[in-house]
Design a binder for this molecule. Structure first.
Ligand SMILES: Cc1cc2nc3c(=O)[nH]c(=O)nc-3n(C[C@H](O)[C@H](O)[C@H](O)COP(=O)(O)OP(=O)(O)OC[C@H]3O[C@@H](n4cnc5c(N)ncnc54)[C@H](O)[C@@H]3O)c2cc1C
Length: 413
C-alpha cells in the first residue's frame, strides 16, 4: 500500500489526486489531500468580478466535493514537511508519513511586503482583484469611477497568470467606454518588466493593443511604496505614478509551510523542481505541481494541468522503481480577454514563443488574434475546469506536449 500525501487541494492538488485515484486501486495506494480551507475558488473568474460579469459566490465550490471517492480529504493546515523523515507535519501536530508527497500549495499574496500597500486607502482607493474579497470591493468602486487616473500595477514578478493584469486593463477600457466615461479616465499599466509581457513576440502584440486603446504603458517600474493617502506609486528609483484608483497585483511568495520545511524551498518559498520530470531537487520522494514549483514558465492553471499529466506518470514510475519520464516541455496556454466580447489565445513552452496560427491544429481557435470564438472559449473554460480538468479527464485534442501543427513563424504572417 503506497502512502501518497498531496499538500494543497487547489487546481494542482485536486487534478493530481483524481488522476492518481484512477491510476491505483484502493488496495494499492492511500491518497490523502490536505488543505487549510474548504473553499475552492475558480481563480480565472476573479477577473470578471470587478466588472459585474460574475459574482464571487458563483466561482467557489467545496474542495472535498471535487475529489473522487476513495480520496481522504483533511481540512487542516500543513505546518511543514520533514523531508529527512518523509513525513508531513500538520498544524494540529499530527503527522502524515509518505512514500510520495506532492507539493501543490500554490503561491500566496504578500501585500504586506510593499510599504504602504495595506495602509491608508487599502480597499478604498487601492485594491487587488487577486482575492475574492478584493475583487468584490473593487466592483463597488469601479461602478462609480468616472474621472481621474486608473492605474493597474504589478509590484513584482513572479505572479499567477501574468496576463491577468493586462486583461484587466483591456476590460477596464471596454467597461469605461460602455459607461461613456472613457474620455475622462486616464488608464495606465505599470509593470516591472521591460515590456507588456515576458515573451518578446507576444509582448510586442500586447504592447500594440495597449497603445491602440490609449492605455499608457510604464515599464521597469519596481514599486517600492504605495501611498494610498497621497495617491502615488513610488518606485525604488524614485519615479512616481499618480493615481485616483489603483489596482495592484501584490508580490507573490511560495506557501509559508514550504519556507518552514528545511531544505525544500528556495528563498521565496517555491520548490526547486526538475523542469522536465517535476521531481523536486531536494528529495526524490517529493514532486511539485502548479504555482508551488519554481520553473521558468508562467504560473497558470493551464501549466498546472499539463504538468499534472506528466507528474502522475512519474509518481507511478517512481513508486515502481522505473526511470522518470522527462517529457514536460513547459507547455502553457492562456486566453487573454481583450474586451468587446473578444479574446486572444497564446500557446507556448520553454523553447517556443507564442506564435500565430491555430490551436490545437490546422483547424481550431485562432492564435495571437482577437476573436469572438476565443472569448467563448474563455467563458466555457469554467465549465471545463469543474467538469473535466479537476476530475482529471483528458480533454480531447489538448495534451501536455505543446502542439506545433497549425502554428506559423511570425515572418509568414
Ligand atoms: C485573478 C486570477 C486570474 C487567473 N486567470 C488564469 C487564467 O485565465 N488561466 C490560467 O491558466 N490560470 C489563471 N490563473 C492562475 C491559476 O488560478 C493558478 O495558477 C492555479 O490555480 C494554480 O494551481 P495550484 O494548485 O498551484 O494553486 P492553488 O489552486 O492556488 O492551490 C493551492 C492550495 O494550497 C493550499 N495551501 C497553501 N498553503 C497551505 C498550507 N500551509 N496548508 C494547507 N493547504 C495550503 C491553498 O489553500 C490552496 O487551496 C489566475 C489566477 C488569478 C489569481
Amino acid at each position: 500500500m503506497h502512502e501518497i500525501v498531496i499538500l494543497g487541494g487547489g487546481t494542482g492538488g485536486t487534478l493530481t489526486a483524481n488522476r492518481l485515484r484512477r491510476a491505483y486501486g484502493r488496495d494499492e495506494a492511500r491518497i490523502t489531500v490536505v488543505d487549510q480551507d474548504d473553499a475552492h475558488v475558480y481563480q480565472p473568474g476573479l477577473l470578471f468580478v470587478p466588472f459585474g460579469l460574475t459574482q464571487p459566490e458563483d466561482i467557489v465550490r467545496p474542495r472535498g466535493r471535487q475529489l473522487h471517492a476513495g480520496i481522504e480529504y483533511r481540512t487542516v493546515g500543513v505546518d511543514h514537511v520533514a523531508i529527512d523523515r518523509r513525513e508531513v507535519v500538520l498544524s494540529d501536530g499530527a503527522t502524515l508519513p509518505y512514500d510520495v508527497a506532492v507539493v501543490a500549495t500554490g503561491s500566496v499574496l504578500a501585500p504586506e511586503e510593499t510599504e504602504g500597500l495595506t495602509g491608508p486607502g487599502w480597499m478604498e482607493r487601492v485594491f487587488t482583484f487577486y482575492t475574492s474579497e478584493g475583487a468584490g470591493a473593487l466592483e463597488a468602486a469601479l461602478r462609480t469611477f468616472d474621472r481621474g487616473r486608473l492605474v493597474v500595477n504589478v509590484v513584482e514578478m513572479p505572479i499567477k497568470c501574468p496576463v491577468a493584469p493586462l486583461e484587466f486593463c483591456f476590460l477596464a477600457d471596454w467597461f469605461l467606454r460602455e459607461r461613456g466615461v472613457r474620455d475622462t479616465v486616464d488608464l495606465s499599466y505599470v509593470t516591472p518588466l521591460d515590456a507588456a509581457f515576458t515573451r518578446p513576440v507576444a509582448a510586442q502584440r500586447l504592447g500594440g493593443m495597449l497603445a491602440e486603446r490609449g492605455i499608457e504603458l510604464v515599464t521597469e517600474f519596481n514599486t517600492g511604496e504605495v501611498d494610498g493617502a497621497g495617491g502615488r506609486l513610488v518606485s525604488y528609483d524614485d519615479r512616481e505614478v499618480p493615481f485616483d484608483l489603483a489596482v495592484v497585483v501584490p508580490a507573490h511568495n511560495g506557501a509559508r509551510c514550504i519556507a518552514r520545511s528545511p531544505g525544500l524551498g528556495d528563498e521565496l518559498g517555491f520548490v526547486p523542481t526538475d523542469v522536465h520530470t517535476l521531481q523536486s531537487t531536494a528529495a526524490p520522494e517529493v514532486f511539485a505541481v502548479g504555482d508551488a514549483a519554481s520553473l521558468p514558465i508562467s504560473k497558470a492553471g493551464s501549466v498546472t494541468h499539463f504538468e499534472g499529466e506528466v507528474l502522475v506518470e512519474n509518481v507511478r514510475r517512481f513508486l515502481a522503481g522505473r526511470p522518470l519520464d522527462a517529457s514536460y516541455d513547459g507547455h502553457a496556454n492562456c486566453f487573454i480577454e481583450t474586451g468587446f466580447h473578444k479574446a486572444m489565445l497564446i500557446d507556448f513552452n520553454y523553447e517556443v514563443e507564442p506564435l500565430p496560427g491555430h490551436f490545437p491544429g490546422g483547424v481550431g481557435l485562432p492564435l495571437m488574434k482577437e476573436s469572438h470564438l476565443n472569448h467563448l472559449g474563455k467563458l466555457m473554460f469554467q465549465w471545463v475546469y469543474w467538469h473535466s480538468l479537476l476530475p482529471g479527464r483528458d480533454i480531447p485534442g489538448i495534451h501536455s506536449a505543446m502542439p506545433t501543427a497549425g502554428k506559423r513563424q511570425p515572418s509568414h504572417t
